[in-house]
Design a protein. Structure first.
Length: 138
């Protein structure tokens, strides 16, 4: 059983996982999604101190940036997250972002994350703990 949990914000009336949708819309390759999931798995097993360089910040009030470094040709994934907000040993990924030339895309990613955090605080059912990808078969 994991010591930490990583949730994803659910957006829209149909409450879709905002990060799964973002990864699909950005056409992030499966290998890079697997790297992101490996970081989440390590965080859940051991906590943020055991995954150096993964969570940065805060970059704004209550908002942190996850860094998923990419191989050559991969996008530099920088999803925005918060600690908790309902328990201490959890993070909730609030919005996806990509960093290019030192700038986030979308440029208002931090503001969107803060808005989604407020929505989540108003409705704690707007998050889900699910894998971004399935484990590869051996």
């Amino acid at each position: 059983m994991p010591n930490w949990k990583v949730y994803c914000f659910l957006h829209g009336e149909r409450r879709k996982n905002i990060i799964v949708e973002w990864l699909k819309n950005e056409a992030v390759p499966p290998d890079q999604i697997a790297v992101f999931q490996e970081k989440i798995d390590a965080l859940e097993r051991s906590g943020p101190d055991m995954v150096p360089g993964f969570i940065w910040g805060p970059v704004a009030k209550d908002i942190y940036k996850m860094k998923i470094k990419g191989n050559k040709g991969w996008k530099q994934l920088r999803p925005m997250c918060c600690r908790g907000p309902f328990e201490l040993n959890a993070y909730t990924v609030l919005v996806g972002a990509i960093e290019k030339d030192g700038r986030l895309d979308p440029r208002d990613a931090v503001a969107r994350a803060q808005s989604n955090l407020q929505k989540l605080k108003n409705d704690p059912t707007r998050r889900i703990c699910e894998r971004l990808t399935t484990k590869p078969e051996k």
